[in-house]
Design a binder for this molecule. Structure first.
Ligand SMILES: [Zn+2]
Length: 208
């Protein structure tokens, strides 16, 4: 079961309190999509994962968390409007994270915005969000050389229709000596070669 509670949370940016959902645990059934979007309750919980401060518009997974860069965050949110829906709240959170050069986190927030837009059949905007997610994740992967993130980047690029960049990273990663990773990359390669930008799941890995 997925569990969350409503708690009084003090915003780390403006210092004011508000009621926020605090996710305690999530569960998912079945294998996720290739971009790791979960199934089951965890998918439903997506819209409750993000906290938005109603006083200053700061959006993050935990708005009470203090860390370096708070002054920079304060500057950027002063110039932005209050998010009107969950997709724009995720975009808002992503922009803050990108601004403070937390590129992996920014990428994941852009991707979550894309998932919500997928569900709303707003495919043009979803592609834009995936391009932003890819832009941030590329910077992160160049720094960390993280294989899992590079594989995620391939799927984000494919879903954004950027097949040339997707194939570049498939070739760049090469063989990983991990059967699951190699299976995902083989599937991605087949999808990219057939210019398939649709959603596919980890269930399909190994069915080549
Ligand atoms: Zn606030």
């Amino acid at each position: 079961m997925s569990k969350f509670i409503v708690s009084n949370v003090k915003c780390a940016i403006c210092g004011k309190e508000s009621h926020q959902n605090v996710v305690l645990s999530t569960s998912s059934f079945g294998k996720p999509d290739l971009d790791l979007r979960p199934r089951g309750m965890a998918r439903e919980l997506l819209t409750k994962e993000l906290q938005v401060c109603p006083h200053c518009s700061y959006s993050y997974s935990d708005i009470s968390e203090k860390y370096e860069g708070q002054d920079a965050i304060r500057l950027i949110i002063e110039k932005s409007d209050m998010p009107q829906d969950m997709a724009s709240a995720y975009v808002h959170a992503a922009r803050v994270q990108e601004y403070i050069k937390n590129y992996k986190s920014a990428s994941l927030f852009y991707l979550r915005a894309a998932w919500i837009l997928d569900d709303n059949n707003e495919s043009v905007l979803a592609v834009q969000m995936r391009k932003s997610a890819a832009r941030c994740l590329e910077i992160d992967v160049k720094n960390t050389l993280d294989c899992e993130d590079a594989i995620l980047l391939v799927d984000i690029l494919r879903r954004a229709g950027d097949f040339d960049r997707a194939i570049f990273y498939i070739n760049d990663i090469g063989l990983t000596e991990d059967a699951l990773y190699d299976g995902i990359l083989a599937l991605e390669k087949r999808l990219v070669e057939s210019k398939d930008s649709a959603c596919h799941s980890l269930d399909e890995v190994g069915n080549e």
